[in-house]
Each structure stands twice: as C-alpha cells, then as structure tokens.
Ligand binder design. Structure first.
Ligand code: FE
Length: 346
C-alpha cells in the first residue's frame, strides 16, 4: 500500500470577504524533489491559483486515479517516467489537451502522439540522461562508449544496476529494443545478467557508491543522482564522484537514452483551465530553469538556456541524445518484461 501524503500549500492570495471563488488546482505529483516547492509557490504568487498537492510515487498515483474514477479531484498529474505516462494514457486516465504554447515549447518526440482530434495526452517537462558510471582506475571511457559494451565479457563480475523491473531500466531497455530490435536486445540483456557483480538492489545512487567502493566496476544511473553527489555539501559524497567517471553513451550512433518527467491533465479534471495554465507554467523558461538548477535535469522546452555547473561538467556541455518518440518505451514495455524474465534479470 503506497503511503499517500497530502500537502497543502497556503494560497498567497487572500479571498476578499468571500466575494470571489478561490481559484485552485489539484496536483497529484510523483516528483519527490524538495526543490520543487519554490516552483509551486511562484506559480501561486504569479497567478493567484492555489495549489493542493498529493504526493505519491507513479504507481500509487495511477492506482489512486483508477480507484477514484470520475469522482477524482485531480486536475494535473506529474509522473517521472515515460513508460508510466504512456501507460496512464493507455488506461484513459488523461484528458488530451490543445495548447499552442506547449506544442511549440516541447519537442514532438518528448510528448504523446496526438489523438484523432489533435489533442496531446501528456508532455515531457524535463529530461534525464541514463548514463554509464565506471571506476576510472579499472576502465577507460573508450571501453564503454556504447550501451552495447555493458554486455562485453570484459566486464564479467563488474556490473551493478538497480532492479531490471524499475521504470528507469524498463524505459532504457524499451529504447534499446526500439534501436536494436528484440532479438539483439534480449542477447544484450543476457550479457548484462552474465556480467553482474551482484544481484540488483538499491537505487541509482547506491550503484554509483558501489563503484566508488570497489564493489562494482561499472554501473548505470540517471544523471541527476550523479549531479546531486557532485553538488553535495557532504565531502563524502564529493569523494565518491572523484573515484568514478561518466560516459554519455552512443554518441556515434543513436545518442544517449533520455527519460522524461512529464505532466498531463487528469481525465476528470474540474479545473481544466487552471490545469493547462499550470502545465504551461512548467514549460516556461523560468520553471525550466528551475528544473535544471534545482533538480539537475535538462530542460525539455526548446531554446531554454540554463546554468548548472554539474550538468555541464559531466556532459561536456553538449552531447547527442536519442530522438525516438519517447512513447516507444511504453509500447515496448511488455516485451521488455518478458525478455527480463527469460534472461533472469531480477
Ligand atoms: Fe529518480
């Protein structure tokens, strides 16, 4: 049972003697990042729309929406994985919307495929690279230029990852299926299992720390966990990042896999205009900068400049990211789960 915490953010607008109806928007959010608080406060301050927020993980939010049905008070849904956004769309939990602002700001491959009437069910609002981290005393960047290299026998007993069933891995593997086809991807996954230093456990940060501790030689992680360690005020965290190096894979082929965090209007939203306003706000340069500086994610919106030394240091400033329609990772997910079962990737 997922623990669901309700957070009320006090409205900064005083309702004058009850003469006006308070404007509000109800958000179900899987973004578990404390730095987002400032973003919500800024929205309320500039629009007068009060935010009521329910925090849960992706799976908890989807279960709650299904249980609530048409009675759901949810207006905006924020999830942190492309396949989960795709799944929620498939389950009819989102209301496709038309927003010229969002259509212009968010690249086509980072949003849902348009429906018959041109509506879009969800939009990516920030991106995160799934990178390779390695022990720089044991290996070189050229050993790990591509995701495919993770299956090379030279990494036998060296690889650490979180569970194969975690959405971040399911989405990476779904993208690999899109790029290489099912047979090659299954062979590759089998190679990953053969190379494991230990049975998958923990989160991405645990994999990075295990590389620094010498328990593994190679690991996979989302980029913001690494940036968080680089920017940590704890010297032990920064010491971890000095022992490891990072690769943005597949620069000479399809580019590094980018997952998204994204948003949608809930199917039964009662405050639709406010919901769209909030999503548009999240795609604005100000909010996009906030994602980059506060949570070390790359802006999803086009043409947004940002300043984050950790992101620049780890990526060299520019890198090639994959351009497949991100909805493909959802479409491939069942196939990936079956492959994981067949190769014994826990
Ligand atoms: Fe995460």
């Amino acid at each position: 049972m997922t623990l669901i915490r309700t957070v009320l953010i006090a409205s900064l607008t005083a309702c004058t003697a009850g003469l006006t109806q308070a404007q509000e928007v109800n958000i179900y959010s899987a973004r578990h990042y404390p730095t987002d608080e400032a973003l919500y406060a800024d929205f309320t301050q500039s629009t007068g729309i009060k935010i009521n927020r329910v925090d849960a993980d992706d799976a908890g939010i989807l279960a709650r929406l299904k249980a609530e049905g048409a009675a759901s008070p949810a207006d905006v849904i924020l999830l942190v994985d492309a396949a989960r956004l795709w799944r929620a769309e498939e389950n009819g939990l989102f209301l496709p919307i038309q927003s010229a602002m969002l259509n212009k700001a968010i690249p086509e491959h980072l949003r849902a495929q348009p429906d018959a009437s041109g509506g879009t069910a969800w939009f990516g609002l920030s991106t995160r690279a799934r990178v390779i981290v390695y022990d720089k005393l044991k290996f070189k960047a050229t050993d790990l230029a591509n995701y495919e290299n993770l299956a090379d026998p030279k990494f036998k007993g060296q690889l650490c990852t979180r569970s194969g069933a975690h959405p971040y891995n399911l989405s990476l593997f779904g993208a690999m299926t899109e790029h290489m086809g099912e047979a090659k991807t299954e062979q590759w996954l089998k190679g990953l299992v053969d190379n494991m230093a230990r049975s998958p456990k923990g989160g991405d940060t645990d994999q990075i720390k295990a590389v620094a501790a010498g328990e593994c030689g190679v690991a996979i992680s989302n980029s913001y966990y690494l940036a968080r360690l680089m920017r940590s005020s704890n010297p032990a965290d920064r010491a971890v990042t000095e022992k490891i190096a990072v690769v943005f894979p597949n620069q000479n082929s399809w580019g590094t896999h980018m997952n998204i965090a994204g948003g949608a209007v809930a199917r039964h939203s009662k405050n639709r205009d406010n919901a769209i306003k909030f999503l548009e706000y999240l795609a604005s340069p100000n909010a996009q900068n906030h994602f980059a500086n506060g949570n070390n994610e790359w802006p999803a919106a086009k043409g947004v400049t940002f300043d984050n030394a950790a992101l620049k240091a780890m990526s060299g400033g520019r890198f090639k990211s994959e351009l497949i329609p991100i909805s493909a990772v959802g479409k491939n997910q069942i196939k990936v789960q079956q492959m994981l079962d067949r190769v014994g990737y826990k």
